[in-house]
Design a protein around this ligand. Structure first.
Ligand SMILES: Nc1ncnc2c1ncn2[C@@H]1O[C@H](COP(=O)(O)OP(=O)(O)OP(=O)(O)O)[C@@H](O)[C@H]1O
Ligand SMILES: [Mg+2]
Length: 244
């Protein structure tokens, strides 16, 4: 999670596909723009077909088993749609509205090794639901536009959610679209001084967008490219950190 266009969805896609090589993965698209959905299938097709989406889980009491679509042998997707934009307003009067996603996930948690939730850039009720449902969170930061202010804001939200989900742990952050080595050195030092754990660095590269355009992770379309190794290292660091 974090502000717009920093690479959250791209990170979620690459992590889900890398984990999907060896593990059972549930990918949840928790953003009304349905970009994560679109990295696996066609969001337009889903909207036109009237298939159930995450909206039906938040508002219509649907279960994840009703909504999920199988993408590969190991990866299932809970798709999103523009309908998700209505959730904040439609939930205002509902009791326990922060726990809807958690309750839905709890029913299928044991079917998966990892569940990846891609969030929107805004602090909405759906983002709170994701944090309440999660064991771990990863911050995504675009290195050039890195702002301590933004990170502090995000930290405040996480700290607030921890009051209702004390299990939530911050694994650290990933720096995306890195293209200035000197700048990134400064940012890294700054983050380390502030005790932030850097889990990965992804250089800016056209292979990232090219892969997404063909609905693939980088390792699938460019297995020998350096970016492919960068994403793999990021995932390895996450798994190491979880084991600690
Ligand atoms: N390492 C990279 N190199 C080049 N382009 C990248 C890289 N990572 C992401 N991008 C591109 O940056 C754009 C924004 O990425 P993405 O959609 O993942 O961001 P986001 O944080 O999910 O945005 P939003 O807040 O709108 O959901 C996309 O066009 C994506 O292809
Ligand atoms: Mg996104």
């Amino acid at each position: 999670m974090q502000k717009g266009g920093v690479g959250k969805t791209t990170t979620s896609k690459n992590v889900a596909e890398i984990l999907g090589k060896d593990f059972k993965v549930l990918a949840i698209d928790n953003d009304q723009n349905a970009d994560f959905t679109d990295t696996f299938t066609s969001k337009r097709l889903i909207e036109n077909s009237g298939a159930l989406t995450l909206y039906d889980i938040y508002i219509k009491n649907a279960s994840i088993s009703d909504v999920k679509m199988q993408i590969t042998e190991n990866i299932d997707l809970v798709p999103s749609s523009i309908m998700l934009a209505n959730v904040d307003i439609e939930l205002t009067a509902k009791m326990s509205r922060e726990y809807i996603l958690k309750k839905a996930i709890d029913k299928v948690r044991s079917d998966y090794d990892y569940i990846i939730i891609d969030c929107s850039p805004s602090l909405s009720m759906t983002t709170i639901n994701a944090l309440v449902a999660s064991d771990y969170t990863v911050f995504v930061t675009q290195s050039e536009y890195f702002s301590k202010q933004g990170l502090r804001q995000l930290q405040k939200t996480v700290d607030m959610v921890k009051e209702i989900n004390p299990e939530l742990k911050e694994l650290g952050l990933i720096l995306t679209m890195v293209d200035n080595t000197n700048h990134v050195k400064e940012v890294t030092e700054d983050l380390e001084e502030n005790h932030y754990n850097i889990l990965g660095r992804i250089d800016r590269s056209t292979v990232v967008r090219d892969s997404i355009m063909t609905k693939q992770a980088v390792f699938q379309s460019y297995p020998l490219h350096k970016t492919s190794t960068e994403y793999q290292e990021f995932v390895d660091n996450i798994l190491k950190k979880i084991e600690e």
